[in-house]
Design a protein around this ligand. Structure first.
Ligand code: PLP
Length: 351
């Protein structure tokens, strides 16, 4: 079996060098990050600077307390990690036995396949319906019955839509396997998945500081689950994968969640405007509730993405040949001026 590997995008420095532009002029429409930045990061970092000769407290108690307060859970339900990505790998390590079976609903976040492959496990992929990308619920329930771990991404990346509660519940209730519900974009729908934990002891919810909280560079994510499942994850967690600086930034951000809420509101307004302007190029836009939009561009999608990246320094997410979304491009919602630049560049590049 070949283990799938994560496909890294070219870096901003590489793109700038090839496009012959300043790295500051490269705009990443491919990472689903926040265009707004917090303005207190330097102060928060300065406060912990004098303690950087020491390791962070291995139990990350202040960070877990802050996450617990934000998610309305107890600290013993919280496992912090270096991004939700680390928790994806950790949950596979803890709950997917070598040679076991996991289930996913592609197109979805690619790291699930990588994490499954690293366990030498089989990934049963139950494709989403064409066009509206909804779950194939009956097939997912059937596949989940005998699996060890189910990957669900709600709202889903890269489609940007949110599957309905009754379908998610039906899948969770069809199995005694661990269900990982990746809520990286939960702030964009106001979902509070922690409220489901009492009902479903097999549920592990993932969250991140990378999207609504605008701290992707800090690399902080977390899982929420029963204390029993959390203890399993803690046993496998590296003792210090979150730096003292990152923990301080996350704690500070979690102390003022209204900033993230306002950020989400601003992005949503820009999203609807961006989707409308992209549709004027004849792109078919999917309905999205997140900080990115998915456009069916047609057979020229991949070539267009290459041109935008290497000649204009505008990086959008394209999909491999033979992928369900090979004719699609995904665009992160950026600032108004960056979105304007995208539209102006597309106007130049498209007939
Ligand atoms: C669905 C999903 N899960 C997890 C992540 C990674 O989150 P983090 O930056 O916390 O590792 C992403 C990032 O794009 C994502 O889209």
């Amino acid at each position: 079996m070949t283990t799938p590997v994560y496909q890294w995008q070219p870096t901003t420095l590489e793109i700038a060098a090839r496009a012959g532009i300043d790295p500051a002029d490269v705009v990443r429409f491919d990472h689903n990050t926040s265009p707004a930045t917090v303005d207190w990061a330097g102060d928060a970092a300065a406060k912990v600077a004098s303690g950087l000769n020491e390791y962070p407290g291995a139990d990350y108690r202040p960070l877990r307390d802050a996450i617990a307060a934000y998610t309305d859970t107890d600290p013993d339900q919280v496992v912090p990690g270096a991004g939700a990505d680390e928790l994806i790998l950790l949950t596979a390590g803890a709950f997917l036995p070598t040679g076991g079976t996991a289930v996913s609903a592609p197109p979805t976040y690619t790291l699930y396949a990588v994490a499954t492959g690293q366990r030498d496990a089989t990934l049963v992929e139950v494709p989403r319906r064409p066009f509206d990308f909804g779950f194939n619920v009956e097939a997912l329930k059937e596949a989940s019955r005998t699996a060890n771990l189910i990957w669900l991404c709600v709202p889903n990346n890269p489609t940007g839509h949110r599957d309905p509660d009754d379908e998610i519940r039906a899948i969770i209730e069809s199995t005694s396997a661990i269900v990982v519900l990746d809520g990286a974009y939960a702030e964009f729908t106001g979902d509070r998945w922690s409220a489901w934990l009492d009902e479903y002891p097999n549920l592990v919810v993932l969250g991140t500081m990378s999207k609504a909280f605008a701290l992707a560079g800090a690399r902080v994510g977390y899982s929420l689950s029963s204390p029993t499942l959390a203890a399993e994850l803690h046993r496998r967690r590296p003792p210090g994968s979150i730096s003292t600086l990152s923990a301080a930034l996350a704690e500070r951000a979690l102390a003022e969640p209204h900033w993230a809420a306002a950020n989400v509101e601003g992005i949503a307004a820009q999203r609807d405007s961006l989707a409308g302007r992209l549709s004027e190029f004849g792109f078919e836009m999917s309905t999205t509730v997140t900080n990115f939009v998915l456009a069916r561009v047609g057979p020229g999608a991949r070539d267009l993405a290459e041109t935008l990246m290497w000649e204009d320094g505008i990086v959008v997410r394209s999909f491999p040949q033979a992928h369900t979304l090979t004719f699609y491009l995904r665009f992160t919602v950026r600032s108004p001026s960056e979105n304007d630049r995208l539209i102006a560049t597309l106007s130049r590049r498209l007939p």
